[in-house]
Design a protein around this ligand. Structure first.
Ligand code: ADP
Length: 148
């Protein structure tokens, strides 16, 4: 089953959106496989966003991510990478449709509340980076009510 890495960014934690965000993934039918609240240091944030290191907003992005605790999660389910990105909405909240997390709860691109892996391969790398200790192995007893 496919897995994705989802992170509630410091603004999402500070604004009390953790329960709301988790609820959206839960109610969709995806399974929570990993969950922790932590504050990461600069080196870790730079590693997570290494692909963006040449971007002009990189330093500001790293400052933002290390500015407070984040909630790191692994969610599992059929098509969870692509569907997770749809639930999250476009990178720029101004372009995110209402009904998406960023469309409903964010305004600025640099305070867009949540991260979600953009591909199965990046999800695999991000899960390994954020959960080196591994994740829970369990299967929801609702499985046959969610999948045909
Ligand atoms: P996404 O998070 O939707 O996958 P990107 O990987 O392109 O988007 O960018 C990572 C994060 O960097 C964004 O979620 C956002 O927080 C920040 N970011 C992207 N573009 C900008 C920008 N032009 N100005 C400020 N921050 C940005």
């Amino acid at each position: 089953m496919e897995q994705t890495f989802i992170m509630i960014k410091p603004d999402g934690v500070q604004r009390g959106l953790v329960g709301e965000i988790i609820g959206r993934f839960e109610k969709k039918g995806f399974s929570l496989k990993g969950l922790k609240l932590l504050t990461v240091d600069r080196a870790f944030a730079e590693k997570h966003y290494a692909d963006l290191s040449a971007k002009p907003f990189f330093n500001g992005l790293v400052e933002y991510i290390i500015s407070g605790p984040v909630v790191a999660m692994v969610w599992e389910g059929k098509g969870v990478v692509t569907t997770g990105r749809k639930i999250i909405g476009a990178t720029n909240p101004a372009e995110s449709a209402p009904g998406t997390i960023r469309g409903d709860y964010a305004i600025d691109i640099g305070r867009n509340v949540i991260h979600g892996s953009d591909a199965v391969e990046s999800a695999r790398k991000e899960i390994a980076l954020w959960f080196p200790e591994g994740i829970a192995e369990w299967r929801s007893s609702l499985h046959s009510w969610i999948y045909e």
